[in-house]
Design a binder for this molecule. Structure first.
Ligand code: FAD
Ligand code: NAP
Length: 327
């Protein structure tokens, strides 16, 4: 295919949101171009078993994402290995500049750049990621049935993750760096009254302890931030829940954001503050942050983009209320 420099629809990101948008947009004959970014396949490529994707009792994350890419390609999407380094939404068509030097102009854009869990940055944390260190209790909690786990953090996510883990684990220890939680009071009450939960205040994780063969976590070294002393706490799993960072670098000065950097969309849609620019998946979602919800929003974004482009072309689309009344 000759390299296209002007497309109707540009999709940025190749996680579940981006590939789902590409499938729907291709079937709507929008001939979308999808730019994969530095992590082709998105966050699921850094996990192993995915057990909550409907239709697959168990599938490896990378395999699921290869299948999604194949699906998008089969529907006719152009999938490009490149990264958008600059996006200009101030004039139309919108302009994306890529790492390779490629410049693409687009009549509509779907942003699906996702979000990344924040990590503490400890070498031992990095070493045991996927081997007992996780940032997703919903994904990995099931593996800690009748085992002891530690959760790091004091916000809503940490408390929700800790409460979720009580369903599986025999003991959940929440470690927080201060003496009060940031989480909502109702969540705090549930946590502090839970018989399986212990909270260790004013401590930070200074090292993950683990075994080499088989590779796995055995505990944590915690440092008391008031007196500097350290203690060893046994654990089979450590969940780091110190917040998520939406990948908003391309648009943070151009679009309305909320909830600490997530792209704001009109409720019930994927429309951002600039007409013709749509956002889907973890980039815009600070609550659910799952593959299936991201895919759902990718579908919505493609349908929203289709309506937008049809209106630009002067093509009448059937109002949604009329469709509903005919059906
Ligand atoms: P992401 O998957 O984050 O993908 C973002 C994409 O944007 C990437 O392809 C990236 O390369 C691209 N991108 C970013 N910047 C640019 C740029 N400048 N130019 C071009 N492209 C760019 N969810 C589940 O439902 N089940 C699970 O079992 C599960 N397990 C998980 C395990 C782990 C370890 C993690 C971290 C998450 C897990 N999740 C799971 C959550 C799930 O992965 C996310 O909710 C989902 O991937 C979000 O999809 P997304 O399409 O919004 O973005
Ligand atoms: P958050 O509110 O930013 O909380 C992050 C927590 O991690 C804080 O307690 C913080 O400590 C701690 N932390 C940050 N960096 C740390 C470090 N380096 N070492 C140790 N601890 C560290 O993030 P979040 O909980 O992911 O929530 C993000 C947003 O989503 C919030 O707006 C939240 O309300 C929302 N959210 C809502 C729900 C819900 O409505 N049910 C659920 C989840 C998330 P300090 O407190 O000391 O800063």
């Amino acid at each position: 295919m000759t390299e296209r420099s002007h497309v109707k629809l540009l999709i940025i990101g190749s996680g579940p949101a981006g590939y789902t948008a590409a499938v729907y947009a291709s079937r709507a004959m929008l001939e979308p171009m999808l730019i994969q970014g530095m992590q082709p396949g998105g966050q699921l490529t850094i996990t192993t078993e995915v057990e909550n994707w409907p239709g697959e009792t168990e599938i490896q994350g990378p395999e699921l994402m290869v299948k999604m890419e194949a699906h998008a390609l089969a529907m006719g999407a152009e999938v490009v290995t490149d990264m958008v380094t600059r996006l200009d939404l101030s004039s139309r068509p919108f302009t994306a500049e890529c790492d390779s030097g490629r410049v693409v102009r687009a009549d509509a854009v779907i942003l699906a750049t996702g979000a990344q869990a924040r990590w503490l940055g400890l070498p031992s944390e990095e070493k045991f990621k996927g081997f007992g260190v996780s940032a997703c209790a919903t994904c990995d909690g099931f593996f800690y049935r009748n085992r002891e786990v530690i959760v790091i953090g004091g916000g809503n996510t940490a408390v929700e993750e800790a409460l979720f883990l009580t369903k599986f684990a025999s003991k959940v220890t929440l470690v927080h760096r201060r003496d009060s939680l940031r989480a909502e009071k109702i969540l705090q009450n549930r946590l502090l009254n839970h018989p399986k939960v212990e909270v260790i205040w004013n401590h930070e994780l200074s090292e993950v302890s683990g075994a080499e063969t088989p590779m796995g976590v055995t505990g944590a070294v915690l440092r008391n931030l008031l007196d500097g002393t350290t203690r060893q706490v046994p654990a089979d799993g450590i969940f780091v829940a110190i917040g998520h960072a939406p990948a908003n670098e391309l648009v943070k000065d151009q679009l309305e954001l909320h909830n600490g950097g997530y792209v704001k969309v009109e409720p019930g849609s994927t429309r951002t503050s600039i007409p013709g620019v749509f956002a889907a998946g973890d980039l815009t979602d600070h609550v659910y942050r799952q593959a299936i919800t991201s895919a759902g929003m990718g579908c919505m974004a493609a349908l929203d983009a289709e309506h937008f482009l049809a209106a630009q072309d002067g093509v009448e689309t059937v109002p949604e209320q009329l469709v509903a009344s005919i059906a």
